[in-house]
Design a protein around this ligand. Structure first.
Ligand code: NAI
Length: 304
């Protein structure tokens, strides 16, 4: 199994580390900066050597080496600076991602593709359209990371093991994300049993804002996104059919067409094998609608 990670910066190298530590395959780290992917690869291989893991991580500046990749993770681009929203990155990162699509077309057209570069939902759409690819094989990682944060807050508020927490976050990976308290549980018992309405409101707000807080404290989010991508790769590669939030191209689901947004999906060997349509209430639907509008506004500005 060959997994190519395009962009060997903070998140790209974390994706490589997480995928190799889970022994998902050999990894190729690609970047335009000379030396960076090679250095990251060496560092990760040294950790793997000590753990007795035989996945090989390689670094390169040569896109041709991605030939034969079963997975491509697109994580190249600029990140947010404190005070910026993800949408502020649209113009710069759309150009980078378009360029990368041309490379994928040449060398790995049939791979499974996970987009990570922000703003996540419009850029996932851009990749699907640029490659004229199947919506089952090209998807975005955003909700998975929001979910990690939501789960962590649930643990903080309730004091119950992270292992017992089941939750879901959908909609835009951005200002209109939707942590679904109604569809979350601890040990199979609805979350509402453990928290007050006020705590529920706080949980939702904290989940939305926590990425900006991490960025203001340390400049970027790194470990949790790397882990989130590797969870998606693992579910597809091992045909686990896990239900995870994924930015997917909608074709009528939730009443929307031709837009990418976070929804619960079954990930298996066929990629997105099923989009689960849960019955949202009026308030939840309003947030999803704002998310879709926001992504559509961004898509309009992209020349695809
Ligand atoms: P970074 O600045 O540390 O790394 C980005 C890397 O991309 C740099 O090494 C740069 O040289 C490389 N790059 C730029 N153009 C390239 C090209 N054409 N081909 C190959 N490599 C190229 O940034 P970081 O922190 O790793 O973030 C990367 C992206 O991921 C940002 O857009 C960030 O907002 C996004 N992100 C998305 C998350 C999500 O949940 N979807 C979570 C965290 C970050």
């Amino acid at each position: 199994m060959k997994i190519t990670v395009i962009g060997a910066g903070r998140v790209g190298s974390s994706v490589a580390l997480n995928c190799s530590m889970r022994e998902l395959g050999d990894i190729l780290l690609l970047d335009i900066v000379q030396g960076l992917p090679q250095g990251e690869a060496m560092d990760i291989n040294h950790q793997l050597a000590e753990r007795g893991i035989d996945c090989i991580v390689q670094g390169s500046n040569n896109y041709q080496e991605m030939k034969g990749s079963e997975f491509v993770v697109v994580v190249a681009g600029v990140g947010r600076k404190p005070g910026m929203t993800r949408m502020d990155l649209l113009k710069t990162n759309a150009e980078i991602v378009k360029d990368i699509c041309n490379k994928i077309k040449s060398y790995a057209q049939n791979s499974n593709i996970i987009v990570v570069t922000n703003p996540l939902d419009p850029l996932t759409y851009l990749v699907i359209k640029s490659l004229e690819g199947q919506r089952t094989k090209i998807m975005g990682m955003g909700g998975m990371l929001d979910l990690s944060r939501f789960k962590d807050h649930i643990r903080t508020v309730t004091g119950i093991s992270r292992d017992s927490i089941q939750a879901m976050v959908i909609s835009e990976h951005g200002e209109n994300m939707l942590p679904l308290v109604r569809f979350s549980s601890i040990g199979g018992i609805p979350l509402s049993h453990f928290i007050t309405a006020e705590q529920s409101e706080n949980l939702i707000n904290k989940t939305k804002k926590i990425a900006a807080e991490v960025i203001s404290l340390k400049g970027a989010t790194v470990y949790a996104p790397g882990n989130a991508v590797s969870t998606m790769v693992e579910s597809i590669l091992k045909n686990k059919r896990t239900i995870l939030p994924v930015s997917a191209l909608l074709e009528g689901e939730y009443g929307y067409n031709d837009v990418c947004i976070g929804v619960p999906c079954v990930l298996g060997s066929e990629g997105i094998e099923r989009i689960i349509e849960i019955k949202l209430n009026e308030d939840e639907m309003k947030v999803l609608d704002l998310g879709v509008q926001s992504v559509r506004e961004a898509i309009k500005t992209l020349s695809i």
